[in-house]
Design a protein around this ligand. Structure first.
Ligand SMILES: Nc1ncnc2c1ncn2[C@@H]1O[C@H](COP(=O)(O)OP(=O)(O)OP(=O)(O)O)[C@@H](O)[C@H]1O
Ligand SMILES: [Mg+2]
Length: 225
């Protein structure tokens, strides 16, 4: 479970990225974060990853108050959360297998188990038999599926994605969404997006932000700014 309680994030120049933001996301819930540019979507994702700390209020992930200055289990937190970025962030000098295996290595999973987990995950994201290719040999949609594989391998229970379809055409965006749909129910999934077609079609929970505040939070919402 993820809980934001009265979270504000103020920057030194006095501008607020977030203000009075409170919500709860249940285990295995699927949530879209939407809102105009500058609304605070990325700030919420950074707070969940503890890349930034709130100016006031608390952020709790899986029972740990990660916003506390004394929170010292940052590596454990990051091991629970898989992250998917708009620009994929795949390492170009490593092949596809190695890119995904990194997650398992960080978690201390042994070589043979890593191999079976990576191959199983590649097949889940429809990239069977691509493990020996290098990133330059893949399309953008395929690279984003590698990024999702890297985010979900090794039993991560939370997936946060910041505009995962931002660089993709509509058809490829839908292929990416189908992968997220496949893992739905098994992980908590939080996706920040400007993709109104996808949000409107999936009818999932939608948290809508405007100027740092939640203006709507609908269980079966749409893209309605
Ligand atoms: N380091 C920073 N210093 C000052 N202001 C910041 C900083 N980071 C973010 N902000 C401000 O906080 C607000 C929210 O930014 P955020 O990146 O969370 O928006 P967003 O909803 O992700 O936008 P987009 O859709 O463009 O990605 C913006 O007004 C931004 O300028
Ligand atoms: Mg953003």
């Amino acid at each position: 479970m993820i809980v934001f309680n009265e979270v504000a994030k103020k920057f030194p120049l006095g501008n607020y990225a977030l203000n009075e933001v409170s919500f709860e996301i249940d285990k295995n819930e699927f949530v879209f974060l939407v809102g105009p540019s500058g609304a605070g979507k990325t700030s919420i994702i950074k707070l969940i990853l503890r890349e930034i700390l709130p100016s006031s209020g608390t952020v709790t992930v899986a029972g740990d108050e990660i916003s506390s200055p004394s929170f010292n289990k940052i590596s454990e937190l990051r091991q629970k959360i898989g992250v998917v970025f708009q620009d994929f962030k795949i390492l170009s000098d490593k092949n596809i297998f190695e890119n995904i295996a990194i997650t398992c290595q960080i978690q201390g999973i042994n070589k043979s188990e890593t191999k079976s987990k990576v191959l199983k995950t590649l097949s889940l994201v429809n990239l069977k038999n691509k493990e020996n290719l290098f990133p330059v040999q893949l399309s953008a949609g395929e690279l984003q599926r590698v990024a999702i594989a890297r985010a979900i391998v090794g039993e991560k229970k939370y997936i946060v994605a910041d505009e995962p379809t931002g660089n993709l055409d509509p058809k490829t965006s839908w292929e990416i969404m189908k992968i997220f749909k496949k893992i739905e129910g098994d992980k908590t999934i939080i996706i920040a997006t400007h993709n109104s077609d996808i949000v409107n079609s999936l009818k999932k929970r939608v948290i809508t932000l405007k100027e740092g505040r939640i203006v709507k939070d609908n269980k079966k919402g749409g893209y309605d700014l």
